[in-house]
Design a protein. Structure first.
Length: 315
C-alpha cells in the first residue's frame, strides 16, 4: 500500500473530541475521532457572508457541537448544507440547521433519506440521538452542480453508485481540497452494502482525476491522495475473493471467515468484509448496481464476524 500523510489535530485538541482543521482560507474540515461507526467528518466553507456545510452529525448533541464550531470560527450560520449521501451519521443533524439552511444532495440521496427514515434508531436503539427529524435534501441534482461561496467554487459530482446510490463528491478546485464522503474511510474498512463494488472502483478513479492534494475522508483524519491506493487495493482484494469464493459455491460468510486480510488487517471495522462480499456476489449474479440486499442477513453476518457481538455505534 502507498503511504499516506495524515493531518493531526491542532496542539491541545483532545484525542476523542471533535476538532477543526484549517485547509485553506475559509475552508475547514470538522473531524470526529476515532472515525468508527457513526463518527463521521464534515466540512465548513465560508465566504461572501455565507457558509456552506458539507454533512452534519449523527445526534442532536453532536450537530450542536458542529454548529458551535462554525460560530467559533467566526463564520455566519450555514445557509447551504450538502449531504454526501443518505446515511444517518451524515444527515441526522440536518434538522439542527434547517430551515435556515437549504439542504442539497443527489436525487437518489433525497429518495434514500426519505425511504430510510430514522435508520440509525433501528440499528442502534440504545443511542441517545436527541431530537432528530428526518430532513431530506430539498435541492437536488443529477450529475454535477456548482456552488459559489464567496470566491470559492464548490463542484458537486455524482460518481455513480459506489458507497451508496446517491453519493456526492465536493471538490474545491482552486484550493486543491476534496471532501469524499464515505467513498473513503481513512484507517477504516470500505463499506459497500448499499452501493457497488465496481462503482466504487470507478469512483476512486474519478477522485484521482481531480488531482486534489488534500483529501477529507468521510471518516478518519485528513490525508492525501495516497489513501486512494489503499482503498483501491482493498476493493480489488474483495473483488478477487468474491470471484473465487462465488465460483466455489461458498457463502459470503464462509469466505469472509476464512479470508486472510493480510495488509488490510489493521483497518477498523473489519466485519464489513462480509457485507462487501454480499455486494460483490450480487454483482457477479447480475443484479443492478445498488440493488437492495437482504439487510437482516447481511447485518447478522457482520455481527458473526464481530465475534457474535452487536456492532457498536461510537456516537
Amino acid at each position: 500500500m502507498t503511504s499516506t500523510r495524515t493531518i493531526a489535530p491542532a496542539p491541545g485538541a483532545e484525542g476523542t473530541e471533535p476538532y477543526t482543521v484549517p485547509l485553506a482560507p475559509g475552508v475547514s474540515a470538522y473531524i470526529q475521532p476515532d472515525g468508527g461507526w457513526c463518527l463521521n467528518n464534515a466540512g465548513i466553507v465560508t465566504g461572501g457572508g455565507r457558509t456552506l456545510l458539507i454533512d452534519t452529525a449523527p445526534t442532536e448533541r453532536r450537530a450542536l457541537l458542529l454548529r458551535d464550531a462554525v460560530a467559533a470560527g467566526g463564520a455566519p450560520r450555514p445557509s447551504l448544507l450538502v449531504n454526501t449521501h443518505h446515511h444517518g451519521d451524515h444527515t441526522y443533524g440536518n434538522c439542527v440547521f434547517t430551515p435556515e439552511a437549504t439542504v442539497i444532495g443527489h436525487d437518489d440521496c433525497r429518495a434514500e433519506v426519505l425511504a430510510a427514515g430514522l435508520q440509525l434508531h433501528t440499528l442502534w436503539p440504545e443511542v441517545d440521538y436527541g431530537h432528530v427529524e428526518v430532513t431530506a435534501p430539498t435541492l437536488t441534482y443529477t450529475d454535477t452542480l456548482t456552488l459559489h461561496i464567496g470566491e470559492t467554487e464548490v463542484r458537486l459530482i455524482h460518481p455513480g453508485a459506489a458507497h451508496t446510490v446517491g453519493d456526492t463528491i465536493a471538490h474545491l478546485p482552486e484550493h486543491g481540497v476534496v471532501f469524499t464522503g464515505d467513498l473513503v474511510f481513512h484507517g477504516g474498512t470500505p463499506f459497500l452494502m448499499m452501493g457497488s463494488l465496481s462503482g466504487s472502483l470507478r469512483a476512486v478513479e474519478r477522485l484521482r482525476a481531480l488531482d486534489a492534494p488534500v483529501v477529507v475522508p468521510g471518516h478518519g483524519r485528513v490525508t492525501d491522495p495516497g489513501v486512494y491506493d489503499t482503498v483501491e487495493a482493498y476493493l480489488r482484494f474483495v473483488q478477487d475473493l468474491a470471484r473465487t469464493s462465488h465460483a466455489a459455491g461458498r457463502t459470503p460468510l464462509e469466505a469472509a471467515r476464512d479470508a486472510d486480510l493480510g495488509e488490510f488487517a489493521g483497518l477498523r471495522e473489519s466485519e464489513r468484509l462480509v457485507a462487501n462480499l454480499h455486494r460483490a456476489y450480487a454483482e457477479l449474479e447480475g443484479l443492478p448496481l445498488g440493488a437492495p440486499l437482504d439487510a437482516p442477513t447481511v447485518l447478522a453476518d457482520m455481527q458473526t464476524m464481530n465475534g457474535g457481538r452487536p456492532i457498536a455505534c461510537h456516537a
